[in-house]
Design a protein around this ligand. Structure first.
Ligand SMILES: [Zn+2]
Length: 327
């Protein structure tokens, strides 16, 4: 499904079967010298078919095409290795490139999940069903890395990179100040809340995410082109909503920990999630995994703020309210 957004700028909808995200928005900017494709979809047949059909309809020659990938998640990066030709450049960010280079250390995720109370049998099931594992890029391609402020020009479009860490280590957006267009990746979405997860102790993604939201709030934008769902204009209102969403999450976690000290898995099971399942127990394992990662990101933020603390109880990590914040 192709939509013309602006002159020479198109959206191809790439389906993500069985994912609550439904589809990825891949943007194509056509130009007589070089075309640019922004984000690609999973490394999987339905994604490849949709991309090939779309590119054929648009008359895009992959031999004259470069790629910009907003971040390392498989729904954005996964398919790129199947599309590149000898002359293609893949623009990407250094922090996410470093992560990929270090390898996908599934064992580290698993031990962190166990530490946070994830049941053993479910950990094994996640390894089999996680879309990020199943549909990742078949190889680590060579990246041309960009950073905050770096320019990319294609035809009439003169973009500059805006670093928006949070959803991933080095998430990069593109801003076109003359046309007031913002290519948002998964930094701001209109219909769903970007998932901010944490699976290690080494950073505080939510702190970075909230700072990135403030940075984008200050830009002058007329049209946001997000990685999923609908294109939108009211970005400041949406940023206020996202900020509010995380404040509500903090309050929810404080009230859950007000009842008793508990591990992240237990905390996540009592939080409200906006996907439609009757109970926490019947959440698909991969959705549970995302939910726990998100709970851990919020717990980390509250811990760094001094509102909660963590300690080991046996082999598990539990969180408690600090006494000055007890309800
Ligand atoms: Zn995405």
């Amino acid at each position: 499904m192709i939509e013309e957004i602006l002159a020479n700028l198109y959206k191809i909808e790439i389906p993500l079967p069985e994912s609550p995200l439904k589809a990825l928005n891949s943007y194509v900017i056509k130009n007589s010298e070089r075309n640019l494709i922004i984000d690609t979809g999973w490394n999987q047949e339905e994604c490849m078919n949709a991309m090939q059909t779309g590119l054929k309809e648009l008359g895009v020659d992959l031999r004259k095409t470069d790629f910009f990938i907003t971040h390392l998640h498989a729904d954005h990066l996964g398919l790129v290795s199947n599309l590149i030709t000898d002359t293609s450049k893949i623009y990407f960010n250094q922090p996410d490139a470093d992560r990929l280079k270090a390898g996908f250390l599934w064992d580290d995720f698993v031990s962190f999940a166990r530490l946070n109370g994830y049941p053993e049998k479910e950990v094994q099931a996640v390894g089999r069903s996680h879309p990020g594992l199943k549909f990742r890029s078949k190889e680590n391609p060579v990246f041309h890395t960009l950073k905050e402020g770096d320019p990319i020009s294609i035809g009439d479009y003169a973009f500059r990179c805006v670093a928006t860490p949070g959803h991933s280590w080095g998430h990069l957006c593109l801003y076109e100040p003359g046309k007031k267009i913002f290519v948002a990746g998964d930094h701001i979405l209109n219909d769903i809340t970007p998932n901010i997860q944490l699976w290690s102790d080494e950073w505080n993604p939510l702190k970075e995410y909230l700072a990135s939201l403030e940075k984008v709030y200050e830009l002058d934008i007329e049209l946001v082109l997000p990685g999923h769902r609908t294109i939108f204009r009211n970005y400041r209102e949406r940023i206020r909503e996202l900020r509010h969403h995380h404040e509500m999450r903090f309050d929810e976690i404080i009230s859950i920990l007000g009842k008793r000290s508990q591990n992240a898995f237990r905390v996540a099971s009592q939080m409200s999630w906006d996907i439609v399942y009757d109970s926490w127990d019947v959440f698909p394992v991969s959705q549970k995994w995302f939910a726990i990662g998100e709970a851990i990101a919020h717990l980390k933020y509250l811990e760094e703020k001094g509102i909660i603390r963590r300690e080991m109880r046996g082999k598990k990590r539990v969180f408690s309210l600090n006494s000055n914040h007890a309800i």
